[in-house]
Each structure stands twice: as structure tokens, then as C-alpha cells.
Design a binder for this molecule. Structure first.
Ligand SMILES: [Zn+2]
Length: 143
């Protein structure tokens, strides 16, 4: 019985984690970039009014979030390994030196996968991501 409840819980959480893929004409809410080439780094903010805003990668998602905190109900990022949506607060992030707009993040649902990709560089969690870190990413001063 316990196992059944666990499976039910798991399937519910997967359903809740689903975000529709953007329609072909959707653009990044921050930089207005075409989203089509960025299927593996796509990120999304679900707003309290039920609408969804997309960005091409996590950096712009966090920028949008910090500027609109009171309007956002949930943030989602794509697991770079599986291409599945995951809640942003459950993801592990590594720095991607060659992001769509310069330095950016790659998100992973699994810490082990993040470690494999990071080759020893730092792994960030949602709580580590601050406006200050975003500024550091955009300049050259990562500590
Ligand atoms: Zn953007």
C-alpha cells in the first residue's frame, strides 16, 4: 500500500511539473530572442495569473524572477540531460561558458549528471542563485 501511495504521489508531482512547450512564435520575455534553437535550456515562469513566460536559458529566467518576484508562482527549467521540465528549486546548476547570450547556466535534475558535466567546477542550487551571482556571471568575476 505504501508503495502505491508513493507512486500516486510521484505521478501527481510529475503532472504538476509539466509545462507546455512554447508555441512556435513565442520569444524570450527578457531579450525577445527566438526560443526554437534552445530546446535543451528552455526555462519558464508560471505567473500567478496562470500565464507562462519563457526564456531561452536559466539566466534570463532568474533575471525575470528577481524583477517580478511577486508575480511569479513557479519557476521551471529544462533538465539538460533529459529535456524534461523540472521545478527550478529542485535543479542543480553549472556554469555554461557558451550560453545563448554569453555565460549562462545549465540545469540538471540529477546532481550526479551535473557533476559529470561540470568536470569539477562549482554546482549551484536554487538558493545560491542571487542577483549578485547573475551580475558576476555577466562580468568576469566569479568567485
Ligand atoms: Zn533571453
Amino acid at each position: 500500500m505504501k508503495k502505491l501511495f508513493f507512486l500516486l504521489f510521484l505521478s501527481f508531482s510529475l503532472v504538476f511539473a509539466q509545462v507546455p512547450e512554447p508555441s512556435g512564435s513565442e520569444k524570450c520575455v527578457v531579450c525577445n530572442m527566438d526560443l526554437k534553437p534552445f530546446k535543451k535550456t528552455l526555462s519558464a515562469a508560471k505567473l500567478k495569473d496562470g500565464s507562462i513566460k519563457y526564456t531561452e536559458a536559466p539566466l534570463h529566467l532568474f533575471e525575470f524572477y528577481f524583477a517580478n518576484k511577486d508575480r511569479v508562482s513557479q519557476l521551471y527549467v529544462k533538465d539538460y540531460k533529459t529535456g524534461k521540465w523540472i521545478p527550478a528549486e529542485n535543479a542543480f546548476y553549472i556554469i555554461n561558458e557558451n550560453g545563448p547570450m554569453g555565460r549562462d547556466f545549465l540545469a540538471f535534475g540529477s546532481k550526479i549528471e551535473a557533476q559529470k558535466f561540470s568536470k569539477g567546477s562549482k554546482i549551484y542550487q536554487f538558493k545560491d542563485i542571487t542577483p549578485k551571482l547573475l551580475e558576476e556571471l555577466k562580468t568576469d568575476h566569479i568567485h
